[in-house]
Ligand binder design. Structure first.
Ligand code: FE2
Ligand code: FE2
Length: 302
């Protein structure tokens, strides 16, 4: 038995929940086929710790993802960017707790909602970038990169299918960071060589995780592997010059997002115009794709 995550409890339908009795036995609390709200148990009334069978973990997460996605759809329809961002944070956080095949594919449905006509009409995705978040993390970074990527897709008139693949790639490009030592991820200083080598490995780890998933487009795995490559061969992990199209787009957006965010205490966030000038220098040095950079810059002002 494992402790069930409180944030997911109310979404479980087929997953039975148990409570631990004083003598250490597990007694059924909620049978499969019913939700806690079917049993009229509200979140406030739920003071006990509930458990689930270990083998139900993935099924539980999938039920929770469906529940969060329904909530996201309502948030998108009401056009409230703060609500959309908050639900998205829950989805990405919960999904990254179990980053493997069977759970990561859940973001495919999330992306369908984010690129739906409702989202288009309310312009809610663009507004996501103006909802500030106090605790910058891989989750927030990934959501921001995705929001920039969807704005880019709209500006570049990508097809719905291409937009979806780009959005998923953006959301999951740093999935490999779940395996990096947390102290390295949040180090309030410049990393030493050894630490930086570990940090670099998030590209390969992400690729390996995503390769096991049932995404139909291989560009999603390549974006995780290649988003730190530079077109002049000075990037990592493979000093590759010939980089996939999606990875080239994510590379530009990823750098822009990281530089404009206050993610590191040892340096200040840059303002957009300075960041664009810095990236333009890198374009001129042959590190980033010129056409992609231009389209991205225009997508910011549109
Ligand atoms: Fe990365
Ligand atoms: Fe990133």
């Amino acid at each position: 038995m494992i402790l069930a995550r409180k944030s997911q409890l109310h979404y479980y339908v087929d997953v039975p929940l148990y409570v631990k009795s004083d003598d250490g036995r597990y007694v059924m609390y909620k049978p499969g086929g019913k939700t806690l709200s079917d049993m009229r148990i509200s979140e406030e009334r739920l003071h006990v710790e509930l458990y689930m069978k270990h083998e139900d973990k993935l099924k539980g997460l999938q039920e929770a993802q469906r529940g969060f996605n329904r909530q996201l759809q309502n948030n998108v329809k009401s056009g409230d960017p703060a609500q959309v961002k908050s639900t998205l944070i829950s989805i990405v956080e919960e999904t990254l707790m179990e980053p493997r095949s069977g759970s990561l594919e859940g973001v495919s449905e999330t992306m369908d909602i984010l690129i739906s006509d409702y989202a288009d009409e309310s312009d809610v995705i663009k507004q996501l970038l103006f909802v500030s978040s106090t605790d910058y993390s891989t989750v927030i970074h990934s959501i921001n990169v995705m929001a920039f990527a969807l704005a880019f897709a709209s500006h570049a008139h990508l097809s719905t299918a291409q937009t979806k693949v780009l959005g998923i790639s953006a959301l999951l490009h740093d999935v490999g960071k779940v395996k990096i030592t947390p102290e390295i991820l949040t180090a309030p200083r410049i990393l030493n060589n050894e630490e930086f080598e570990e940090m670099k490995s998030h590209t390969l780890i992400g690729y390996q995780i995503l390769r096991e998933c049932r995404f139909s487009d291989k560009g999603i795995c390549l974006a995780a592997l290649e988003h730190h490559e530079k077109l002049d061969g000075t990037g990592y992990p493979n000093n590759k010059k010939n980089v996939s199209e999606i990875a080239k787009i994510i590379a530009v957006i990823d750098c822009y997002e990281a530089l404009t965010n206050n993610d590191r205490p040892y340096r200040c966030a840059m303002i957009p115009i300075d960041t664009l000038n810095l990236l333009k220098d890198d374009v001129n040095k042959g590190k980033f794709d010129k056409d992609i950079f231009k389209k991205f810059a225009y997508s910011l002002v549109k």
